[in-house]
Design a protein around this ligand. Structure first.
Ligand SMILES: N[C@@H](CCC(=O)NCCCC(=O)O)C(=O)O
Length: 254
């Protein structure tokens, strides 16, 4: 990592450990930013208001929205909450909704992974389906039950990449093997999102923001986990890092 490495904002989850509320992000995303994107990750606590987010976005060169076991509160896409939608993290919902919309307005490069991909769809007006493994014809996209993280994050199904799309410029037109740790998925695709990849059962696995000013990609899988060893995962993080550096250089030249 060089001294001119781009700063990349990572919105925090809120969790309670040892009687304290923590604002935290998993180290796999932070390591992939540092090692494959060549960036410096900065965790943004889910405490900041919209004005403070502008202060953050004035300084950062990219935004990475992580996965999480919690789900977007369904009231954000017009659905009444049930036990099947839990667990929730409303503070994260507020943070990521504002951060995603503001990053897109500014043209700040955005990489949104798993819950982040779902949050991107909801922030732009789309909706989510829950417990998709119970739907006729759908695969079971949930994590395998295994004590080892390498087994839970193992690559286990292909996605077909939209030929000529933005993801294809990064990973190529051929199928890509991905991991899968989710029980929700995009239901109604937000206006303004383009599908970039699908699973064999039709699940939307990747999207881009059609009129984005720069890099703006959502992925239902977890390239961060294998960014050190899987060529497609690494290419996604390298491309994101290059977009962040280009954004920083354009802003500095203004
Ligand atoms: N909660 C959503 C989002 C899934 C997600 O981001 N998973 C990452 C968690 C990884 C883990 O289980 O360790 C859904 O379930 O669809």
């Amino acid at each position: 990592m060089s001294h001119s490495a781009p700063l990349i904002a990572v919105p925090a989850d809120t969790r309670v450990f040892d009687n304290y509320e923590w604002h935290a992000a998993p180290s796999t995303y932070l390591a992939a930013i540092a090692q494959a994107s060549g960036g410096v990750p900065v965790i943004v606590p889910a405490l900041v208001d919209e004005a403070a987010l502008d202060v953050v976005l004035d300084r950062v060169d990219g935004v990475l929205v992580t996965g999480s076991a919690s789900n977007v509160h369904p009231s954000r896409y017009g659905v009444a909450p049930t036990a099947a939608h839990e667990p929730f993290d409303p503070a994260r919902d507020r943070l990521t909704d504002a951060l995603i919309r503001k990053a897109l307005t500014r043209g700040t490069p955005l990489l949104a992974i798993c819950r982040g991909h779902q949050e991107l769809n909801v922030a732009l007006g789309g909706s989510l389906a829950t417990e998709i493994q119970e739907f006729e014809g759908r695969m079971d996209h949930r994590a395998p039950t295994h004590p080892e993280q390498d087994a839970r994050f193992a690559l286990r199904h292909p996605v077909s990449v939209e030929p000529g799309g933005r993801l294809a410029t990064i990973v190529g037109d051929g199928p890509v093997e991905v991991n899968s740790l989710h029980r929700q998925a995009i239901d109604r695709l937000a206006d303004g999102l383009a599908v970039e990849a699908r699973a064999p059962d039709g699940t939307v696995e990747a999207v881009s923001v059609a009129d984005a000013k720069g890099f703006a990609l959502g992925l239902q899988w977890h390239p961060e986990y294998w960014a050190a060893s899987d060529p497609a995962s690494r290419a996604i993080f390298e491309s994101f890092g290059a977009a962040c550096r280009a954004f920083r250089d354009r802003r500095a030249a203004r």
